[in-house]
Write a protein that binds this ligand. Structure first.
Ligand SMILES: Cc1ncc(COP(=O)(O)O)c(C=O)c1O
Length: 343
């Protein structure tokens, strides 16, 4: 399953979904019904599982667009069965088991009862049973292993009760890379699909290649004298007479304001510091006193020598947040892996 929720972690849901399917992927995972509907409207026909805990008003849309939904509570089973009573529709479902994340899902001791209820309702078709790791990205795998063993125990408990094939699935990127015994019938990679580790200090032997780069251009280059303040709040003062470049991209495009006086950008293979407060639509770069850089030149904000993983580390966050933050205002340009192979 390719996890393509949140606009494929910022990368463009339709293009990523299509590429994943082209590469042989059989399932797609999204967080919300609306995300699944958009994929269907783009002509994607693969099975789509929606992870979230769903409100009853979304069920007709799930049926209409052939989306598989997650069953996470007895209350939900009750409401859905009432909603579906007397209908011919079949709702495709996956039962979610909480093995230690304590977010959505049935606790181990309630799983068998939940399964019985689901099997009693003729309008429910159970396709899968799944769980989710809380710590598979950590070096210490003991809690992840504990969750995996709990899930194994639940599987062996419920399997004899099932008279048809269901898929059992659990592994996210951290587990795919460091806990291969957890693969079961299907794996659900998200962040690693896009070429990033789940956290900056994650260690594994997998070689990933970051898929995204964020580009802009110098829209203005101006001379500023020594000791002059730059941008809102005067949080930076020029150390020398210097050239300041203006980059027309700001926090409204996904450049977090915490990058103020912290981030770097790449222009013509050289690295330069961003200076002054990140604005909504602009950031400023100190090009130095002898700069020959010109308006119109390409600026790499992430990518090339400035990896998303490094940016995440600098901001004390995870690569997920960096790529998901690239806003809708930023046009996405997609290059297929085939064209890269040819280069
Ligand atoms: C249920 C579920 N499975 C799989 C994933 C993919 O996780 P990752 O991006 O860490 O591979 C997510 C993402 O949060 C998820 O919610």
């Amino acid at each position: 399953m390719a996890v393509v929720k949140a606009n494929a972690y910022g990368h463009g849901e339709t293009e990523v979904a299509r590429t994943a399917i082209e590469c042989g992927c059989e399932y797609l995972g999204v967080a919300f019904i609306e995300e699944g509907i958009r994929l269907r409207q783009a002509g994607i026909t693969s099975p789509i599982l929606v992870f979230g805990a769903h409100l009853p008003e979304y069920i007709n849309a799930a049926l209409e667009h052939d989306l598989e939904i997650t069953i996470t509570s007895f209350g939900q089973i009750e409401v859905l069965s009432q909603q579906l009573q007397g209908k011919r529709s079949i709702l495709k479902t996956h039962l979610k088991v909480d093995t230690g994340m304590h977010r959505v899902g049935f606790l181990g001791e309630h799983t068998r009862a939940a399964l019985e209820k689901i099997l009693e309702i003729p309008q429910f078709k159970l396709l899968g049973v799944y769980s989710h790791f809380a710590t598979s990205d950590e070096e210490d795998q003991s809690y992840a292993l504990k969750q995996y063993h709990r899930f194994q125990e639940i599987i062996s408990h419920i399997k004899p009760r099932l008279q048809h094939e269901v898929i059992f699935h659990m592994a996210n990127s951290g587990a795919i890379m460091n806990l291969p015994q957890s693969y079961l019938d299907m794996v659900r990679p998200g962040i690693m699909l896009y070429g990033y580790p789940p956290s900056p200090n994650f260690r594994s032997s997998w070689k990933l290649k970051e898929a995204l780069s964020l580009h802009s251009r110098l829209s203005l280059v101006k001379f500023v004298k020594k000791n002059e303040p730059i941008s809102y709040g005067r949080r930076f003062h020029t150390k020398n007479d210097t050239f300041i470049g203006i980059i027309p991209a700001g926090y409204a495009d996904g450049i977090n304001r915490l990058n103020t006086n912290l981030a770097q950008v790449c222009i013509g293979h050289e690295i330069f510091p961003l200076v002054g407060t990140v604005c909504m639509d602009m950031v400023m770069v100190d090009l130095g006193p002898d700069s020959k850089h010109k308006e119109g030149e390409d600026v790499i904000i992430y990518g090339s020598r400035i990896s998303v993983t490094q940016v995440a580390e600098r901001l004390q966050t995870i690569p997920y947040e960096i790529t998901c933050s690239v806003s809708a205002r930023v046009p996405r340009i997609h290059y297929s892996y085939h064209s890269e192979e040819k280069e």
